[in-house]
Design a protein around this ligand. Structure first.
Ligand code: FES
Length: 159
């Protein structure tokens, strides 16, 4: 009888030890998990549609340059940043937006209307009007920016 009680007590202590260890692990683990995945969740939720101008400003088949200033908060510091990007539509309904930052080393590519190309002067990078690489060292097309139009107002997704 006494042995049963002893085994029972031992079992209880084992279960209690495991339970307390589990609680301590959970208490210490939650902040660690939040620390790891928090920034990713925060980044997604902070993205917002930013109005940038009139869609009717974009001529069919000709990339139009838009600039917008956005504020980014990094800890205590609030930075203002200017984004420049080209918007293109072939039919007035579907629009694409591309960063003008060259995918080689980050210089600014500019639209050369009489040649129908984007040209990056730093190392002679050449892109088609939809941003695909035509020549030079850029390793990939110009980066796309999500864009939408509502009541002739263009928005880009950023933040
Ligand atoms: S930075 Fe544009 S081609 Fe090198």
């Amino acid at each position: 009888m006494a042995e049963d009680r002893s085994v029972s007590r031992r079992s209880f202590l084992t279960v209690a030890t495991v339970a307390i260890g589990g609680v301590i692990t959970a208490i210490m683990g939650i902040p660690a998990v939040a620390y790891i995945i928090g920034p990713a969740l925060k980044k997604q939720s902070e993205q917002e549609w930013i109005p940038v101008g009139r869609a009717s400003k974009v001529e069919l088949g000709v990339p139009a340059l838009f600039k917008v200033k956005i504020q980014r908060k990094a800890g205590w510091i609030l930075n203002e940043q200017e984004l420049s990007f080209y918007v293109l539509t072939e039919d007035g309904r579907d629009f694409i937006a591309m960063s003008n930052i060259c995918t080689h080393l980050g210089c600014r590519a500019r639209w050369v209307a009489n040649e129908g190309i984007f040209f990056c002067p730093c190392h002679n990078g050449v892109f088609a009007k939809d941003g695909t690489v035509l020549g030079g060292p850029p390793p990939r097309p110009l980066d796309r920016v999500e864009v939408k139009v509502e009541d002739d107002q263009l928005f880009i997704l950023g933040g």
